[in-house]
Design a protein around this ligand. Structure first.
Ligand code: GTP
Ligand code: MG
Length: 215
């Protein structure tokens, strides 16, 4: 009872995020493992068409975060359509398969595209999936870490088979998004606090992500 009442007073936030990356790198499997704690099985996993979403609530220490997670298709024919989704997202998990250089290169292209096209400074996780397939690894951890550091990405290797880092990946994304939003809020409050006397108007400058979308 005590626990229930403390949860109900916790503040809540909602964010949209998306999974991006080459076909068959394991985007849908990551979401299935995170949302339903199920390991991928051929009967449940089929190639994604366009984009689908699942909603999952995460409990952070001082906040409940509701994530709407868009799972996108890695097929090239859908690539143009996906831009309509990332404008509304605060975060992304870009997935590659540690066994495939092509998928790593595609992940790098996605990072560049998101950094160029989204003015809001999206929080990005780079996930090297299928880490259970060590014997077939072609992308070293070092190489991915260096790329991640260069582009200010959160990096981790994941496995939907063992479950390694699957939960972490989404929780860390939510955590960083929330910290950035809190930091922006506190900056805004400081601007408000500097107004002169109680009759002054507040003038808060900054760019609106909503308006930037139409530029
Ligand atoms: N060994 C291993 N196999 C995985 C892992 N994650 C996914 N797979 C397998 O990889 C294949 C593709 O997984 P999906 O989740 O469909 O990949 P996707 O990125 O959603 O593919 P598209 O929807 O076509 O873009 C499936 O056969 C999964 O079982 C993993 O961590 N380890
Ligand atoms: Mg899929």
């Amino acid at each position: 009872m005590k626990r229930l009442s403390s949860l109900s007073f916790r503040r809540s936030s909602k964010y949209e995020v998306m999974l991006l990356g080459n076909a068959a790198v394991g985007k849908s499997s990551l979401l299935l493992r995170f949302a339903s704690d199920m390991a991928p099985s051929p009967s449940q996993i089929t190639p994604t068409i366009g984009a689908e979403f699942k909603v999952k609530t995460i409990s952070l220490p001082n906040r409940v975060v509701r994530l709407k997670i868009w799972d996108t298709s890695g097929q090239k024919r859908f690539k143009d359509v996906l831009s309509t989704y990332y404008y509304r997202c605060t975060g992304a998990i870009i997935v590659y398969d540690i066994q495939s250089r092509e998928s790593f290169e595609e992940a790098m292209d996605w990072v560049v595209e998101l950094r160029e096209k989204t003015s809001t400074g999206m929080v990005i996780v780079l996930a090297g999936n299928k880490a259970d397939m060590e014997a077939n690894r072609v992308i070293t951890k070092n190489e991915a870490e260096e790329f991640a550091a260069l582009h200010n990405l959160i990096f981790m290797e994941t496995s939907c088979v063992s479950g390694m880092n699957v939960h972490n990946c989404f929780v860390e994304l939510a955590n960083v998004i929330q910290s950035e939003v809190d930091e922006k809020d506190s900056r805004t409050k400081k601007v408000k606090g500097s107004s002169h006397g109680k009759w002054s108007c507040w003038c808060i400058t900054g760019s609106s992500p909503e308006l930037n979308k139409t530029k």
